[in-house]
Design a protein around this ligand. Structure first.
Ligand code: PLP
Length: 411
């Protein structure tokens, strides 16, 4: 879809979509209580209608431009490229989007869809608070009532984001069940949705959950790759050799990869959280540690899930809260199985080192999530010739992580 200023917004290409039951190969689908099926059907129909409506597309494109600040720049990281002595590195600057990360692309798209569907009440769940802040921001902009479920342990750990959400006019609801973290917050949000499904829109934060969320979130994030594709051709005269992005739930990575997936010569590399290393489950590398990770169902979708031998969900660890999740978006599981994309990981210590390297060579302090992608760039670029190109998604800025990094570097 071409918008007024000539920008492609939501991708309406009907290739590369899940089947009518929401499956990408054997992954994805819709594993929800019976009461939610009509709501998901309604959502899917409304989404397809919105995508086909030039007015909806234009309204979203206008907000992305005048509110979020799109398009975000593509920066040639000259000093980092020189220091590594190999590939030319280009950074897609989602850190410069309003609220400091890519999450606003999806939150705004879904909030606009909620409004179109006449749903005044929006619920979301959040772990570290980043998706909660993006949802609260979009809700404030569009005048929606926003309620964010958050584990009470996370509320204690993430006070600045809790305050941000309240300042933005959202209600933050403390979840006291289970481990009082993200997965418990998701369970509560689903319970709320079941109860209030008629007037409530569930604003889901990554390329996860039951169909149609993985596809819808991907489409809202695909602006990242579409912009980057135009920008790299304009700046470097050709397409990249490799695209790299970090993978939590997988939304920023799939948003970058989508525009390049039909160019088979381009390597697509996702970087998971290697935590303290691939032993003892102290990581969130769902594709690296197949001793503890295997296909299963979590929160409405079938994908790789880190689980014990009797099927209990494992607690994961990462220095970056945004990558610290036991499952991963189903389309990534599919791209991996098809060998169209490849997945690797960066440990906490490699990530901390990359965090400092990018700060010092380019004057850009990355989010710890994004620093995982930079860690992979640091390993890979020196092995590539100087006329080759790596395109890396800088999913967010690092201001939110300064306390974490300070604690480790200056204990
Ligand atoms: C939430 C977050 C991520 C991880 O989420 P994805 O859905 O995998 O993109 C990555 N980077 C930043 C900055 C985030 O806030």
């Amino acid at each position: 879809m071409t918008t007024t200023d000539g920008n492609l917004y939501i991708d309406i290409n009907t290739a590369n979509v899940p089947d009518e039951r929401g499956y990408f190969g054997e992954f994805g689908g819709r594993f929800v209580p019976e009461t939610l099926v009509p709501a998901l059907n309604e959502l899917e129909a409304a989404y397809l209608g919105a995508m086909a409506d030039p007015e909806f597309q234009a309204e979203l494109a206008n907000l992305q431009s005048t509110y979020v600040g799109r398009e975000t720049p593509l920066t040639h990281a000259k000093r980092l490229s020189e220091m590594l002595g190999g590939a030319q590195i280009y950074l897609k600057r989602e850190d410069l989007a309003h609220t400091g990360a890519h999450k606003i692309n999806n939150a705004l798209g879904q909030a606009l869809l909620a409004k179109r569907m006449g749903k005044q009440r929006v619920i979301a769940e959040t772990g570290a608070g980043q998706h909660g802040v993006a949802s609260a921001t979009a809700a404030a902009l569009l005048g929606l009532d926003c309620h964010v479920y958050m584990g009470s342990t996370d509320i204690k750990r993430q006070q600045p984001n809790v305050f941000r959400m309240r300042l933005l006019g959202s209600e933050v609801i403390a979840v006291e069940s289970g481990s009082k973290t993200l997965k418990d917050a998701i369970n509560e949000a689903i319970r709320d949705w079941v109860t209030n499904v008629r007037d409530t829109f569930y604003l889901l934060g990554s390329a996860l959950g039951p169909h149609p969320y993985p596809r819808m979130v991907r489409d809202f994030q695909s602006i990242i790759g579409h912009e980057a594709r135009r920008q790299i051709v304009a700046q470097a005269g050709r397409l990249p050799d490799v695209c790299i992005a970090c993978v939590g739930g997988g939304s920023n990575a799939i948003g970058l990869f989508h525009a390049f997936r039909d160019d088979e010569q381009i390597d697509l590399i996702g970087v998971e959280a290697g935590g303290r290393g691939i032993i003892g489950g102290e990581h969130a590398a769902r594709f690296a540690d197949l001793d503890v990770s295997r296909p299963g169902v979590l929160q409405g979708t079938r994908s790789y899930v880190m689980q014990t031998s009797d099927g209990n969900i494992m607690n994961t660890h990462s220095i970056s809260a945004g990558l610290d999740y036991a499952s991963v978006g189903p389309e990534h599981a599919y791209l991996r199985q098809m060998e169209r994309a490849h997945y690797t990981y960066a440990t906490d210590s490699e990530t901390l080192s990359a965090f400092q390297t990018l700060s010092q060579t380019e004057g850009i302090i990355p989010a710890l999530e994004s620093a995982h992608a930079i860690a992979e760039v640091i390993k890979r670029a020196p092995t590539m010739p100087p006329d080759s190109i790596i395109l890396v998604n800088l999913s967010g800025r690092g201001d939110k992580d300064l306390d974490t990094v300070m604690e480790v570097l200056n204990p």
